[in-house]
Design a protein around this ligand. Structure first.
Ligand SMILES: [Zn+2]
Ligand SMILES: [Zn+2]
Length: 385
């Protein structure tokens, strides 16, 4: 079977038409807008995409442990998923991405003026889960488990030098599983904590603490109940709808943040940042991100600073979470002293362009990504909306 994967922009709007009285009683609904992206698929890719779409939306799927696949979360009993991502159950704002997976023969019948398009799978996704699809389509090795971002050079490999015992709180089961396996493979211990255990954390001088952010500010509350030196050993795990809690907890002194779903390399990168915090000028009040000092390179370990601007998209903290998820574990995400979103990526000079091109794919063509200190933007932003 051959087909297409189509991504459509959707907006939550009052339906048009009808009298004023009718409009008052008709509930808003998702309205499909322009096409965001179309991926034509050969038969083996089509079957593979259908498989990924299934396991990403099924919290009980046995084989969903491939790294990078969104953590599927079931709706609580009695909730419908209308306003939530079909994969990670993040609450959607007024914008979402609709996904259609359609075999080509039904496209053909539509083109011939046939009946309603036959789509075998329709899903509604948050921005982060859509971004995951875009990276998978651009480089399937990220989930096929073969080569890993070869074009970005060898510096993304395992470089773990520090390890900690870890306590985890409010984590999705799969994130907790990745964290536990990573910690055990480093020869350390993992403890699943409950909220009542948090007071014991003060005595765990050998441990660091991974706390899942939530919609009701739970990570901030946990941090504020800890002594300052303990807060610096908190690593936040953020989801697309818990970014506000992440920012508040970072401003309360949490040491670092990661994005769900976790990977072993991301966990290892957080260990490194907790053990030796990056040079910074404090925190950005709005996002809680570190105000990073200029990139600190040495010849064995070159670091390149990238500035990311997103005209028309003001949610800097949400973009930071997406960068944290899709950059490599040892790269830094923060703000520049000038208040611009910044990434410090470790790679050889000849790989910088590949990193920028991948970020352009991840953040969309309107994002302006430039290397700090380069004469001009490496990639001019597209004029297309
Ligand atoms: Zn193919
Ligand atoms: Zn999602």
């Amino acid at each position: 079977m051959t087909g297409e994967l189509t991504f459509l922009r959707e907006r939550w709007l009052q339906p048009a038409g009808g009298s004023v009285m009718q409009r008052r009683i008709i509930m808003p609904e998702w309205n499909t807008g322009e096409t965001a992206f179309i991926a034509p698929l050969c038969s083996s890719c089509f079957d593979w995409a259908a498989h990924l779409a299934r396991i990403a939306s099924d919290a009980t799927a046995q084989d969903a442990n491939m790294l990078g696949v969104p953590v599927a979360v079931n709706a609580p009993p009695g909730h419908n998923r209308d306003r939530h991502c079909d994969y990670c159950y993040a609450e959607l704002g007024d914008e979402a991405i609709g996904l259609d997976l359609a075999p080509l023969r039904s496209l053909t019948s539509r083109q011939r003026g046939g009946v309603t398009r036959h789509v075998i799978r329709q899903q509604r996704l948050c921005r982060q889960c859509y971004t995951w699809w875009r990276t998978v389509i651009a480089d399937s090795s990220t989930v096929r488990g073969t080569s890993w971002r070869n074009g970005e050079g060898a510096l993304g490999g395992w470089r773990s030098t520090v390890a900690f015992n870890v306590c985890g709180l409010f984590l999705q089961p799969r994130d907790q599983g990745v964290l536990e396996q990573t910690v055990l493979s480093m020869g350390r211990t993992f403890t699943a904590s409950r909220p009542a255990d948090v007071r014991e954390w003060q005595r765990r001088e050998d441990a660091i603490f991974f706390v899942g952010c939530g919609k009701s500010g739970r990570a901030k509350t946990i941090c504020q109940g800890l002594a300052e030196d303990v807060r610096a050993r908190v690593v936040l795990v953020s989801r697309p709808d818990s970014v506000a809690d992440m920012a508040a907890a970072l401003n309360s002194g949490a040491g670092d943040f990661l994005a769900s779903p976790l990977s072993p390399q991301q966990v290892s990168g957080a260990f490194e940042r907790v053990a030796s915090p990056p040079a910074s000028l404090g925190r950005d009040a709005a996002t809680g991100l570190l105000l990073l000092d200029g990139p600190a390179s040495n010849s064995a370990d070159p670091v390149h600073g990238l500035t990311i601007r997103q005209p028309g998209d003001g949610d800097v903290a949400a973009t930071a979470v997406i960068l944290r998820r899709f950059l490599r574990g040892y790269d830094l995400v923060g703000m520049s002293a000038e208040g611009e979103l910044t990434a410090h990526v470790r790679c050889q000079p000849e790989a910088v362009l590949n990193v920028i091109q991948r970020l352009q794919l991840i953040l969309g063509e309107r994002a302006e990504i430039s290397e700090v200190g380069a004469e001009s933007a490496v990639l001019p932003s597209s004029v297309a909306a």
